[in-house]
Design a protein around this ligand. Structure first.
Ligand code: MG
Ligand code: MG
Length: 260
């Protein structure tokens, strides 16, 4: 089912979006050499509770996961890319870390992910991969607006990722979002322009280009959740929640200080 938000709900969606973005920026600043993934999870829980919000993850139990997730954030390091379950791991210099967070507040959910390199070393391949997902996300957002179709967004994202030389996995992509975290329509990270659901003002979408350096194949960890690249190569992921408005697309998951 596709959910279209009323203008009054859009204001609440913005509040949730800023909260998600602010938590991610705080976590990024605290994720340094020596930080444990379980600390990141604990800090996330505290910030969600203090904001009077609800975790979309802790009780999440989809068909592809093993039991409730039981954690408050996804932490994916290096070859891990999606649904990274926080575990007892201490971050090292040069680790490529993805933090993916969805929370609900005032009845509206928002979902965002950032990838960055921990410490001072900046492996060029990791920098390039993160940049490609960020540019693909920007292209997808630029292609979203009333009257455009989901295929236009998918095509714009896929064009950037392909041009950068990355294979594209079509099992997991973006999605509608609103009163719950995952809704229709699905937003593949590659597609044909002019196809698919026609965007309408009030629709919220989470766009999330992600790539693996040299494969499109995923393998699942023994934890039943964490998805890694089949070849062990590095991965990156960038996600924003956007609202379709009469004027185009508005990014909801920008930190407070980045608000226009
Ligand atoms: Mg996400
Ligand atoms: Mg998402």
């Amino acid at each position: 089912m596709v959910e279209i938000l009323h203008p009054t709900e859009l204001a609440r969606a913005k509040d949730t979006g800023v909260l998600v973005a602010d938590i991610l920026q705080t976590l990024k600043s605290r994720s340094t050499v020596g930080t444990n993934l379980l600390d990141i999870d604990r800090w996330t829980e505290t910030m969600i509770v203090e904001a009077g919000a609800l975790s979309c993850y802790v009780d999440y139990e989809p068909s592809f996961g093993r039991g409730p997730f039981g954690h408050y954030i996804c932490t994916a390091v290096n070859d891990a890319v999606l649904h990274g379950m926080p575990h007892d791991y201490t971050l090292a210099d040069g680790d490529l870390l993805t933090l993916d967070l969805a929370v609900s507040k005032g009845g509206v959910a928002a979902d965002s992910a950032i990838s960055f390199i921990v410490g001072t070393s900046k492996p060029p391949e990791s920098v390039a991969m993160i940049s490609a997902t960020e540019r693909a996300l920007s292209a997808g957002i630029a292609a979203a607006g009333p009257g455009a179709r989901i295929g236009d967004i998918s095509h714009a994202i896929g064009a950037v990722l392909s041009e950068a030389g990355y294979p594209i996995n079509t099992e997991f992509g973006g999605h509608g979002i609103g009163s719950t975290m995952h809704q229709d329509p699905h937003v593949s990270n590659t597609g044909r322009p002019g196809r698919g659901y026609k965007l309408r003002p009030g629709l919220l979408l989470a766009l999330e280009p992600w790539v693996m350096a040299d494969t499109a194949e995923l393998v699942t960890d023994a934890d039943g959740w964490t998805l890694r690249s089949a070849t062990g190569c590095r991965t990156a992921h960038s996600e924003h929640t956007i609202a379709i408005t009469n004027d185009g697309a508005e990014i909801l998951t920008l930190p407070k200080q980045a608000q226009p």
